[in-house]
Design a protein around this ligand. Structure first.
Ligand SMILES: [Zn+2]
Length: 96
């Protein structure tokens, strides 16, 4: 069975089955958020999902719903998005 490794802000790294997660997908951005119930502290956690996380979750068969992107992007989301870009070192893939 596929396990998905993510992190809980309280417990650290946790391993989940695809059925333990729910993805909310924003079609025009190709990103979204996912929710999971932490198996250790039993708190509902919500985390941002960038393109890569979205494609991993969809590939593992996580249930998802599509939400309309009507709310403006928050400053927190921008910060998380930018830190995600830094982590993935995307600049190396640009020409020039
Ligand atoms: Zn936890």
């Amino acid at each position: 069975m596929t396990t998905i490794r993510t992190s809980c802000p309280i417990c650290g790294d946790v391993e989940l089955a695809p059925a333990d997660l729910a993805l909310r997908l924003t079609p025009c951005r190709g990103t979204g958020t996912y929710q999971f119930l932490c198996p250790h502290c039993e708190q509902l956690q919500q985390r941002p999902a960038n393109h890569r996380v979205v494609s991993i979750l969809l590939a593992t068969g996580v249930a998802y719903e599509v939400v309309d992107d009507e709310t403006p992007i928050s400053e927190r989301e921008i910060t998380e998005f930018i830190s995600g870009l830094d982590r993935e070192n995307w600049r190396e893939h640009l020409p020039g």
